[in-house]
Design a binder for this molecule. Structure first.
Ligand code: BES
Ligand code: MN
Ligand code: ZN
Length: 478
């Protein structure tokens, strides 16, 4: 999708955003009868009014404030998604948005919803050309958006498209090695440094957690290190992002049981997609923050040499882990990455992982379960970003008692807790490998969608990326 600012609304189809009927007089494309019709529709609380001018359409959206700014903004995105459906019916290839309301973020946010709803993954469709939607450009009239906002919108939408595509790619294409190549390509495109550690180096480093999970696989693991250093950073010590890069999770020897439990497991690298595409956006936007991102990656399979329940694994940190379920693999590789992060003396580490079914069961597709040792200021800024972007956070506690649940009889810790508190015991496991301010985001419930809903398309969602970028754009601003 291409976004631009135009001097004059030249696109065939037009959207006008208004707050009250008096603005209707400013829309020169419609006549008095149209305006009357629109006014009645607005009175009847219709959200988008379509005025059919034979070969062109004038859409009018009358904003109605909701109970909170967060909900109002989300309503804009949903209207954008509704507009996507209307434009698709007309096979429209472009649209111009004019904001006649006093809400400065309305055009931006409607366009965001429209663009996100327009995403398609057609790589494996032989009739892709026929299936492809026509809309390729969204223009704004000058008063409707700032130049800086258009740039930001373009970069963020591009980043989300890329993250969705990475998740949508099946294992038959996206092995751990291929994922590292995709990350190298992102770095070249956006301008950040990428170093990839291959299997031999991981063995030399003794990254026991990642290597243990990889043992059942026929493909080698990778560990990708991204670094973006701006000319003038506001942070002295780096922020480190970590993304779970399990390109496929069969559960390993603790094989996932029921018929459908593996269907979406190509999405177990959703965290990796999120952080690497966040790096893309950070570098493209040249944010004044020094950020490093780590992606430990492998598939999790029950191959001949697979790690087994009962095994004791020595992690990269030197800590020993009793493996009681090979399906609790994410924490094994994340533990190594969290330990690696210590070398940077980071200001903050944030990991994103499709870590537990428990998090998904707890809040469903409506939010992210988070927990961490970062300060209240960091937590409240993340929370505010989550509200603004409607990618909301629910914080869980890291109480000591949950740590007791992962004590092992034979090793330092075990990789599963009891039957309850599963999202938190996973978090406690990760905490074991941290000694810095840290946040953990469990995105198991939100990374993948099985149906199109508003601006969320089927498959990879990119959910959490807007929240993280909002946090980083505002980082250091009081
Ligand atoms: N990748 C899964 C978590 C998951 C489940 C993500 C459903 C998305 C949807 C993770 O590796 C896993 O298998 N977790 C286990 C942990 C358990 C064995 C302690 C789980 O949640 O069942
Ligand atoms: Mn698993
Ligand atoms: Zn997993």
């Amino acid at each position: 999708m291409e976004f631009k600012i135009v001097q004059k609304a030249t696109a065939k189809h037009q959207l006008f955003i208004i707050e009250n009927t008096t603005s209707l007089a400013q829309i020169t494309l419609i006549d008095e009868t149209d305006a009357k019709y629109a006014a009645t529709a607005i009175a009847n609380e219709q959200s988008i009014i379509t005025i059919n001018k034979y070969d062109r359409f004038v859409f009018i959206y009358a904003i109605k404030a909701k109970s909170t700014p967060s909900k109002t903004k989300e309503a804009y995105r949903k209207v954008g998604a509704e507009l996507q459906g209307l434009l698709a019916k007309q096979k429209a290839d472009d649209i111009t948005i004019t904001n006649l309301s006093a809400q400065a973020d309305a055009a931006y946010t409607v366009a965001e919803g429209l663009a996100l709803a327009s995403y398609q993954f057609l790589k494996y469709k032989t009739d892709a050309a026929k299936l492809a939607e026509k809309l390729h450009s969204i223009s704004f009239t000058r008063q409707s958006i700032t130049v800086k906002e258009v740039t930001q919108l373009q970069v963020i939408v591009d980043a989300i498209y890329k993250a969705r595509t990475l998740v949508n790619e099946p294992l038959s294409y996206l092995s751990a090695v291929q994922l590292s190549k995709e990350i190298v390509a992102l770095g070249k495109d956006a301008g950040f440094k990428v170093t990839v550690l291959q299997k031999a180096q991981l063995e030399k480093e003794k990254m026991g957690g990642l290597l243990a999970v990889n043992r059942g696989s026929i493909d080698p693991p990778t560990f990708s290190i991204m670094e973006y250093t701006p000319k003038k950073a506001i942070n002295k010590k780096p922020i480190v992002l970590i993304g779970k890069g399990v390109v496929y999770d069969t559960g390993g020897l603790s094989l996932k049981p029921t018929a459908n439990s593996m269907d979406r497991m190509k999405s177990d690298m959703g965290g990796a997609a999120l952080v690497s595409c966040a790096m893309y956006a950070i570098a493209k936007l040249q944010l004044p923050v020094h950020v490093i991102a780590l992606v430990p990656s492998t598939d999790n399979r029950p191959g001949e040499n697979a790690y087994v329940p009962g095994d004791v694994v020595t992690m990269y940190s030197g800590a020993t882990v009793e493996v009681l379920n090979t399906d609790a693999e994410g924490r094994m590789l994340l533990g190594d990455a969290l330990h690696w992060a210590k070398r940077y003396k980071p200001e903050l580490v944030a990991d994103f992982a499709t870590l537990t079914g428990a998090a998904s069961v707890a809040v469903g597709e409506y939010g992210i379960v988070c927990m961490g040792t970062a300060g209240e200021d960091v937590k409240s800024s993340f929370r505010a970003s989550g509200e603004r972007q409607y990618e909301r956070l629910v914080e869980y506690p890291l109480w000591d008692e949950y740590g007791d649940l992962i004590k092992s009889d034979v090793a330092d810790i075990k990789n599963v807790g009891g039957p309850s508190g599963g999202a938190i015991t996973a978090g406690k496991f990760l905490q074991h490998f941290t000694d810095y301010p840290w946040m953990h985001f469990d995105i198991a419930g939100v990374s993948f969608a099985t149906s199109k809903k508003n601006y969320t398309t089927i498959g990879g969602t990119g959910y959490g990326l807007r929240m993280l970028l909002d946090f980083l754009v505002n980082y250091g601003k009081a």
